[in-house]
Every structure is written in C-alpha cells, then in structure tokens.
Design a protein around this ligand. Structure first.
Ligand code: ARG
Length: 465
C-alpha cells in the first residue's frame, strides 16, 4: 500500500486493500511468461511507433520510449532486470521499469491497447519464432535421414508386419518411410505458422479502441501477414497454440515410433544397428549393458506433449468470449511443448547420421525368415497358377522349411518341384534377397533404384524449402 491508501499496482486505482499475498503469487505469471520479454518489447516498440504516426504520441515521447525500452532490453539480456511477482506478469514488469526509467511518458505507452491484445501478440510472435527454430531442426533431421537412406539404398533387411518377418526391404526404403512421416509434420508446422501469422494488436481489451490506431502499420512492423479480422476473437483465440501442440504431439508420436525401432534394432536379439556410445548409457549394476537411453527418452517424451495438447483443448473448452484469466494457463504447456520438441529433434538430428547398420546381421535375418515366400508365390502366378493356389503351394514349402530348418533358397530343385512342377531352375532368381527387392521396381517400391530416386526427390524438396 502506498501512503494515500491505494495499492501500488498498475491497475490499483479502484482497490482499497492490497492483494492477498497468496493470491498475488497464485495469479502471477511472471515466473514463466518472462520468456516472452523480447517479443513484448518488440510489440511495444511497434505500438508506440504507430501511436506517434497517428499523432497520439509526439516524436519526442516516442524517442524517450524507444530509448527506455532499449535500456530495459539490455538489462534483461544482461540478467540484471529485477522481475517482481508483485507486478504480476512480463507486460507490467517491463512497463513499470520503463516508467521508472523515463517517467511520465512511460505511462503513455499503454494508450489504446490492453494486456489482452498485448499478450495475444506476444504469444504469436514467440511461437512464430519457435516454429522457425523447429523448422530448422526438422530440416536438419530430415537431411540426415535422407542421406543415410541414399547411402543404404541397397542394404537389405527384413521388412516386418506384426513384427514378424514379412518381405525383404532395403534399409534406405525404411528410412525414407520415416522421412515421409517427418515431411507431413513439416507441412503441418508450416500450415500452423501461416495461420498464426496475423496481428491481434489493436483489439485492445475486447472491443477495439477509440484512438485512431493504424493496425496495418503495427502488423507490418511486426512482420505479420495482416491484422486479425475481429477484436473479440483476437483476444480470445488460442487455436494457434492448440494447433502447434497438435503438431508437436504427432511429431513426437512419429519420433516415438522411430525410437521404438531403434531400441528394437539395437537389442542383442536383433543386432541390426549400432548406436555410438555417446548416445547410450550404462547400467549401475549390470556391467555388460549399453542402453539406448536417448531413443527411450524421446519415446517417453510423447506422454508430456500429448498431455499438453489435452490441457490446452480442455482450457479452451466452453470458455466464453473474450479474454478470461484461464488463458494465462496456456503458456506453460505451450512453452514445454516448444522445449520438448526442440530437444527431441536435436537429439534425433544428432543421432541419425551416427546410426551404423550391421549389414550382415540384417541380411541374415531377412534370409532366414522365409522373407521371399511371396516372391515364390508371384513366380508361380507368372507360370499360370491362380494366386490362392500359389499361396497354398508356398505355404506347404515353408512348412517343410520349418520342419527341416532350412530356408526356401536352400532347398534343392527336386524338393521345390515336389510342391509344384511349375517350378524350374529360374526359381532361384526370385528366391534371392537381391532379386526380391529389385523386383519391386515402381514408384514407392523398395527396389534400390527407386530408393535412390526417391531419396533424390526428398533431398530436392528439402532444398526448396
Ligand atoms: N498475464 C496475463 C496472461 O498471461 C496477461 C493478460 C492479462 N489480462 C488481464 N486483463 N488480466 O494471460
């Protein structure tokens, strides 16, 4: 309380007692929203310049505000700024410090705006920047995936369905499947960025303002595509935060699937790949262990990101227009989603180029798992047998292989002809792993030639971005 019985709050005029100290802490957001300090200053500079242009502030007042905000920015960057919970949030902390520095002119900055349009502007600016940083990491990861794929366009591994050996594929083909998931994520990121790129500044509290503001001017100064259309919607909308979290949840879902495969592939039972020691940790009790902690942790992170998406959807559900204090709850889930997405992308972008496939083990797994059974069926079809009958014949041959512990390619011609006399010497061409993958030679297929071409197209798409 100040001497005249008023509180020291920027909004304290109509209050006659100080805020309860718990309530003060409970309602404050400065501990986490100070992350948007640079965006807040940028928004204030644009707002002040616009007020000067339309004659609400004088040139001298604008110069004072600019100088003051530059000083505040310096204090924040140097870590000298005194954040105060009593001043509630990032917006009022900065405004109060500005007024301390430049006096009465500082109090004019808030003319024609409200914290409601201010915070909506800050989050959009912050998130737009975060999208750009995430896009850079995503591109780095995709480039790593695509170039590893090109290196392994003819490295053979078993492809799985139901986690059972199905048909041989190339490792490059598998990696390009990962890239397709990431490519869709990238598209969602850019869509979400484009939709959020509108300026809510000027909506003021909810209805607009009586000052002759120029919203196009502030929108352009802040590199927004255009001003938002409706003032009520501008201060109440958090769709962009939800969209971003939905993007994050799906991206992390994809990374968790890749993680799961890396975990399986590094296991002693599979031994398909090695991950360098720097991405793994040991066990404090079992000396032999080298655990794939990085992929496991990424796999686990999807839980919190999914949680944040649900938190934001629930936050907005049934909320009446326009601004409600509930909306202050948008920031922590959003910020943690940004941090988690960036960390997971960084981990993956660093790790993927370091994956070392164990080609002999992959090949052996493909060879011993009857993975060319479909090729034998297709061969019989080409010799005139209906597919269902061919399926039956090959099923019998596989049963024989299981009983005698030998693969189809290891059976001699007489044995194979015992299942169908349509089988000839040329059958061994299709029973080989190379023959099997090379035969799937069409757009989207696993043939090495297709994989190389697909990797090149993917590389060009990334480059054009
Ligand atoms: N700290 C608030 C938030 O994060 C800023 C907007 C507050 N507006 C208000 N009228 N109380 O949402």
């Amino acid at each position: 309380m100040s001497k005249d019985g008023q509180t020291s709050k920027l909004w304290g005029g109509r209050f006659s007692e100080a805020t309860d100290s718990f309530v003060q802490r409970f309602t404050a957001s400065v501990t986490f929203d100070q992350r948007m300090a640079m965006e807040d200053i940028r928004g204030s500079l644009a707002h002040a310049a616009m007020l000067c242009k339309v004659g609400v502030l004088s040139g001298e007042e604008l110069a004072q505000i600019e100088e003051g905000l530059a000083q505040v920015r310096g204090e924040i960057e140097r870590g000298e700024f005194q954040w105060s919970v009593e001043l509630e949030d990032v917006h009022m902390n900065i405004e109060a410090r500005l007024t301390q520095l430049i006096g009465i002119t500082g109090k004019k900055l808030h003319t024609g705006r409200s914290r409601n349009d201010q915070v909506a502007t800050d989050i959009r600016l912050y998130l737009r920047g975060a999208c750009d940083a995430i896009g850079t990491e995503l591109t780095r990861l995709q480039s790593g995936v695509v170039s590893l794929a090109a290196q392994h366009s003819d490295t053979i591994m078993p492809g799985f369905t139901h986690l059972q050996t199905a048909q041989p594929v190339t490792f490059g083909h598998h990696l390009l499947a990962w890239n397709e998931m990431l490519e869709r994520d990238h598209g969602r990121l850019l869509d979400c960025r484009a939709r959020m790129n509108q300026s809510p500044l000027g909506a003021a509290a909810l209805a607009g303002t009586t000052y002759p503001i120029d919203r196009a001017h502030t929108a352009a100064a802040l590199d927004f595509e255009r001003p938002t259309e409706n003032s009520l919607d501008s201060v109440s909308d958090r769709d962009f935060a939800i969209e971003f979290c939905a993007f994050g949840a799906l991206l992390l879902t994809h990374l968790s699937r890749m993680s799961e495969e890396l975990v399986i592939w590094t296991s002693a039972q599979f031994k398909f790949i090695d991950l360098p020691d720097r991405f793994c940790t040991g066990s404090s009790i079992m000396p032999q262990k080298k655990n794939p902690d990085v992929p496991e942790l990424v796999r686990g992170k999807v839980g919190r990101v999914n949680g944040h998406l649900v938190a934001l959807l629930t936050l907005m559900k049934s909320q009446p227009l326009a601004y409600n204090k509930d909306n202050q709850e948008d920031k922590e889930p959003l910020f943690d989603t940004v941090d988690t997405v960036l960390d997971c992308l960084r981990a993956f972008a660093d790790m993927v180029p370091a994956i070392q496939p164990r080609q002999a083990e992959m090949r052996e797994a493909a060879r011993s798992g009857f993975s060319t059974a479909t090729d034998l069926a297709d061969y019989l079809v080409r010799k005139g047998l209906p597919f269902r009958d061919a399926h039956e014949v090959v099923g019998k041959a596989v049963g024989h292989g299981v009983a005698h512990d030998c693969d189809l390619a290891e059976m001699d011609l007489d044995t194979l002809r015992g299942f169908s006399d349509l089988i000839g010497e040329d059958v061994y061409d299709v029973l080989t792993l190379e023959g099997s993958v090379a035969a799937r030679n069409h757009l989207g297929g696993t043939a090495p030639q297709q994989v190389l071409a697909a990797a090149e197209r993917a590389r060009q798409r990334l480059q054009a971005r």
